[in-house]
Design a binder for this molecule. Structure first.
Ligand code: IMP
Length: 195
């Protein structure tokens, strides 16, 4: 069965394809479909934004769709960047711009800079809607380390690790990440309820 993953984020696409790789589902992304649509995230919550992405793509293709909305919640910044994680340093900013902005904002706060990632994933088809949540707790480090992954990975060190997410392999990140937890539960629901 084909499921479209409604994302333009290559890092997410690699992670989620890896999660579904030994299942009977074939995950195809918007780039596999040569679709360059940029879906506006007009919601104010993770679930709203995940649903907007999934529904927009479902309306185009009428095929089962998965989508997620995710972000980083930093305690000392009262939950920022939260749902605005992708564009924290402004529209069309790079991952590096976001990391620099966050480091700059945190440098006058005492350590540890406690934070967690959240991933809200959804599945929709013409009859069903499931959602699932995953969280990964840790702290922000003010000197980026590692080259793997994407986004805030070089400055996020998960609890129990002395490496940042960008210093872990894809397999290691996928054992613990918010996205892996969320999509593994979602996959379980799809396997149980969808023929
Ligand atoms: P969105 O879910 O596409 O709205 O984007 C979420 C943003 O949160 C990404 O662009 C990253 O900046 C950040 N983010 C979400 N998940 C991760 C992750 O696993 N590693 C690093 N950054 C992440």
């Amino acid at each position: 069965m084909k499921i479209i993953f409604a994302t333009q984020n290559k890092g997410k696409a690699i992670e989620v394809k890896n999660i579904f790789k030994n299942s009977k589902y074939e995950i195809i992304t918007l780039s596999d479909l040569n679709n360059e649509i940029e879906i506006e995230e007009t919601g104010t919550t993770f679930i709203e934004n995940a649903y907007i992405k999934a529904k927009t793509i479902f309306d185009i293709y009428q095929l089962p769709v998965i989508a997620d909305d995710s972000g980083l919640v930093v305690e000392q910044l009262n939950g920022k960047p939260g749902v605005y994680s992708a564009r924290y340093a402004g529209e069309n900013c790079s991952f590096d711009d976001n990391n620099k902005k966050l480091i700059n904002e945190l440098k006058n706060f005492p350590e540890p800079h406690l934070a967690h990632f959240i991933c809200l994933s959804v599945y929709i088809d013409k009859n069903n809607f499931f959602h699932s949540v995953g969280e990964l707790h840790g702290k922000i480090v003010l000197t980026p380390r590692g080259v793997n992954g994407f986004g805030y990975d070089p400055i996020f060190q998960p609890d129990g690790y002395d490496k940042t997410l960008a210093e872990l392999s894809l397999e290691e990140k996928n054992k613990i990440s918010h996205r892996a937890q969320s999509f593994n539960k979602l996959k379980h629901n799809i396997e149980e309820f969808i023929l």
